[in-house]
Ligand binder design. Structure first.
Ligand code: PMV
Length: 333
C-alpha cells in the first residue's frame, strides 16, 4: 500500500441494497441516525467500484463519478468522509477518488449505498486504518444511511442505535441463505424530483409518520421471522405492506411527495396479475418510480417475461443476493 513517493491507495467494490424494512425519517440528519431498524439484501448486479489515492502532490480533493468531475454538495459529501478518515488516521494528504457504477447510472437505483460503502472501505484501507466491519458500517452510514447495510455479504439488519457509535448494521443472513431475486423494472431513467434526503426531512411532517413507527414495532419482527423461516408468502406480504407504508408517508407529508408514476402502477398491477395466476411475486419501491419485484429463482423467467411486455418498462435488472463491500484483488490503479 505505502510507497516512497507518498501515494496511499486502495480500490473497493460494494453493492447497492434493497430494503425490505425501510429507513425513512432521520432522528439526526447530520449523523444519519434513523427512527427505526431496517432490513435489506445486497444486489449482486448493481455495484460501484471506487479507488481512493491519497497523494502528497495534490492541492485539493478530486472526485470523479462515472467519468465526470463533481463539485458542490455532492463532492462535499465525499470530502466529509475523507476528512473523517484523515482525522482518524492522521494522514494529511488530499485524495483522488474515482468511482464507477456497473449498472446504468440512469436506472434510478440509489447508488449512494454502493458508492459510500465502497468509499468507506477504499479510503480507510488506503489511509492504513484497519477498521472492523462495525466501524466501516458506521463510517459508510455517515455518507448515506443505507450504505451502512452494504458492508456485509447477503442480508443486513441495521440497528437504529442511540448515537453514532451504536447505529450500525450487522449481517443477518449469508447470500446463499435464500434463493430469492430482485428484478428491478425500470420505468423512468430521469433523476428523481425529490431526493431521499428531502424525503427523510419531510417524513416527520406526515400525520401518518407516528403510526408508521408504531406499525414497525410489529412489522419488523414479523418480517425478520418470515425471512429466517424462509416463508416467502408471508415475507412478500410484509415487504409490500412496508413499501406502501413508506409511500403513504411520503404522499401525506407537507408538501406531498409522489414518487410513483403511471409505469409504477402498471408494474404493481402486473405483480397482482402474476399472483392471481399462482406466481408468488411481490413489489417494493424506494424513493423513485422504479419497482423492485421480489420472487423465487424458479419464477425469474416468467416474471421477467411479464415485466418486459409492458410498454412502460424500459429494461429490467435481475439481482440475486450479493456480496458486501470488498477490496479489489488486482489493484492496478
Ligand atoms: O440512504 P438514503 O439517505 O439514500 O435513504 C434511503 C431511503 C430508501 O432507499 C427509500 C429506504 C432504504 O432503507 O434504503
Amino acid at each position: 500500500m505505502k510507497s516512497n513517493n507518498l501515494i496511499y491507495k486502495a480500490t473497493a467494490i460494494a453493492p447497492a441494497n434493497i430494503a425490505f424494512i425501510k429507513f425513512w425519517g432521520k432522528k439526526d440528519s447530520q449523523l444519519n441516525i434513523p427512527f427505526n431498524d431496517s432490513i435489506s439484501m445486497n444486489l449482486n448486479r448493481c455495484q460501484t467500484k471506487t479507488y481512493v489515492k491519497f497523494n502528497s502532490e495534490l492541492k485539493d480533493d478530486v472526485v470523479i463519478v462515472n467519468k465526470k468531475r463533481i463539485e458542490g454538495t455532492e463532492k462535499n459529501r465525499v470530502v466529509a468522509i475523507l476528512d473523517k478518515v484523515r482525522k482518524m488516521s492522521g494522514l494529511r494528504m488530499f485524495a483522488e477518488v474515482v468511482s464507477e457504477n456497473d449498472f446504468p447510472s440512469n436506472a434510478g437505483i440509489a447508488s449512494s449505498a454502493s458508492a459510500f460503502s465502497a468509499l468507506a472501505l477504499a479510503a480507510s484501507v488506503a489511509s492504513g486504518l484497519g477498521l472492523s466491519k462495525k466501524d466501516l458500517s458506521i463510517l459508510a452510514r455517515l455518507g448515506s444511511g443505507s450504505a451502512c447495510r452494504s458492508i456485509y455479504d447477503g442480508f443486513s439488519y441495521w440497528k437504529k442505535g442511540r448515537d453514532s457509535k451504536s447505529s450500525f448494521a450487522v449481517q443477518f443472513a449469508k447470500p446463499d441463505f435464500w434463493d430469492v431475486a430482485d428484478i428491478v423494472a425500470v420505468v423512468d431513467t430521469g433523476r428523481k424530483k425529490t431526493s431521499s434526503t428531502e424525503g427523510h426531512n419531510q417524513a416527520l411532517t406526515s400525520p401518518y409518520f407516528k403510526t408508521r413507527l408504531n406499525e414497525l414495532k410489529i412489522r419488523t419482527p414479523l418480517l425478520k421471522k418470515a425471512l429466517l423461516d424462509r416463508n416467502f408468502q408471508k415475507f412478500g406480504e410484509l415487504v409490500e405492506e412496508e413499501a406502501v407504508s413508506l409511500h403513504v408517508c411520503a404522499m401525506t407529508s407537507k408538501p406531498p411527495i409522489f414518487y410513483w408514476n403511471r409505469g409504477t402502477m402498471e408494474v404493481i398491477e402486473t405483480v397482482f396479475g402474476l399472483r392471481s395466476e399462482g406466481i408468488l411475486a411481490y413489489f417494493t419501491i424506494d424513493a423513485g418510480p422504479n419497482v423492485h419485484v421480489i420472487c423465487r429463482n424458479k419464477n425469474i423467467k416468467r416474471v421477467e417475461k411479464n415485466l418486459k411486455k409492458l410498454k412502460s418498462v424500459l429494461f429490467t435488472i435481475t439481482n440475486k443476493p450479493g456480496l458486501g463491500a470488498r477490496l479489489e484483488k488486482n489493484d492496478n490503479n
